[in-house]
Design a protein around this ligand. Structure first.
Ligand code: CP
Length: 314
């Protein structure tokens, strides 16, 4: 199969839409970007003159900041629109907002929104690139890519590796992007959680469903713990935090059942003591801060590829 050198699309809306070759291209480019980010002066002129806007309708620490860092490494200009002091509070709709931002000379708009499909709607209405930084329950593609990048960094090829995604699968855009990406790379994905938190049709995405973490943990290569998303739950989906932690929380006792080289991941922010204890989140198996570091490289790779760069390194 011919290796692709650039992304054949103006937007990055989800890993569902990417081919295996495109995912590999982004991950390979991210390896080069990680080397650039680690230099004493982490700056290259690649995107000099490009203008990028972040438009986040939901809170963020990691995603928004790492897009800012990535843009600055590539010498692009970046502007963060603060929704709470923008004309969105006067009722301006998404399409009008992105059209107005585009005509200021914007090359890419990075959008986070509580509604699934909001970045897709924006992308269909402007010529500038749109990057999905998380849309409702749907996808968080750059999180999926940085998770996969981190997994490959720790264990090489993912074909045949067992990946547990544990917790609130129903509300998790991180879970969906991981599933789309990991299954394309040949990993064996098992989603684990209480029945109330697992969508009925999830098996159609070529994953195994389990309600028993103790059974699945023994031969897992990776455990990706999801945050309990209290802000997206209309009603309680489990009896109590204690009950949830007893059945699905990752703690030292449960870790004794896992392989010695298991890798523990979490997209952040962490509810410490709920889905994972501090002893495990800060313990020897965790790569949680590596995930955050890798987010800069992955997002730089995407900006580079979407705004005109070609990867000729292999
Ligand atoms: N993982 C993640 O998306 O973190 P933020 O919400 O802080 O961006």
């Amino acid at each position: 199969m011919n290796k692709v050198k650039s992304l054949n699309q103006k937007d990055l809306l989800g890993l569902k839409d990417l081919s295996l070759e495109e995912i590999k291209l982004i991950l390979n480019t991210a390896r080069s970007m990680k080397e650039v980010a680690a230099r004493p002066i982490p700056k290259v002129p690649t995107l000099l003159g490009k203008h990028i806007i972040t438009l986040f309708y939901e809170a963020s620490t990691r995603t928004r900041t790492s897009f800012n860092m990535a843009a600055k490494i590539l010498s692009a200009n970046i502007t963060n629109v603060a929704i709470s002091s923008s004309s969105v509070v006067k009722g301006e709709n998404l399409i009008d907002t992105v059209k107005n931002l585009e005509v200021m000379g914007t090359d890419a708009i990075i959008i986070r929104h509580s509604m699934a499909g909001a970045p897709h709607l924006a992308a269909a209405n402007i010529k500038a690139s749109v990057i999905n930084a998380g849309d409702g329950f749907n996808e968080h593609p750059t999180q999926g890519l940085l998770d996969i990048f981190t997994m490959q960094e720790k264990k090489g090829k993912l074909k045949g590796k067992k990946v547990l995604i544990v917790g609130d699968i129903y509300h998790s855009r991180v879970a969906r992007s991981n599933i789309w990406g990991l299954t394309k790379l040949g990993a064996k994905v098992v989603v684990v959680g209480p029945p109330t938190m697992i969508p009925k049709d999830i098996e159609q995405l070529k994953v195994k469903v389990s309600y028993n973490l103790d059974q699945e943990i023994e031969d897992a290569d990776f455990i990706n713990m999801l945050r309990i998303q209290k802000e997206r739950q209309e009603k309680g989906l489990f009896p109590s935090i204690e009950e949830y932690h007893r059945l699905y929380g990752l703690n030292i006792e449960r870790m004794k059942k896992a392989k010695k080289d298991v890798v523990v991941m979490h997209p952040g922010p962490i509810n410490r003591g709920v889905e994972i204890t501090s002893e495990v989140a800060d313990g020897p198996y965790n790569v949680i801060l590596d995930q955050v570091t890798n987010g800069v490289a992955v997002r730089a790779a995407l900006l580079f590829l979407l705004l005109g760069g070609k990867n000729n390194s292999d």
